[in-house]
Design a protein. Sequence first.
Length: 153
Amino acid sequence: AGGNLASAISLAARDAGGPRLAAQALVYPVLGTDVDNESYRTNAEAPMLSRDEMIHYLEAYLGDAREDPEPYAMPLAAEALEGLAPALVHTAEYDPLRDEGKLYADRLAAAGNDVVYRCAARMIHGFLRARLAGPAARAEFDALCSFLRRHLA
């Protein structure tokens, strides 16, 4: 929910004329409602987050609005993405949410925003919890921290 909230806050701050946000760090964010894209199909039974779980969460969160969500609820529904805070969109290779994160990063870049897209190879949803368990997850955590230091310093 944090990546969804951070992206929605960036949209709301832009639309309200402020405050100016230094950055948005979106880690395996939920940004849309398309549960039939490639990453949802290939990672339908992924550990930590399955397609069926996401369908349940989307229905609980959006109810009848799932087919046509408001952009503040699902930022991929926003028509315009210009003028947003610099973004890191950080996904996991084995996560149903991977493709919507990539799509959002691509749309941010096409709209002229400063965006870094990073897909954690061989990782699953929730990989940052493993940052103390091995060098690969630690490197992903370090990349996130580096982005934040660069933009919040």
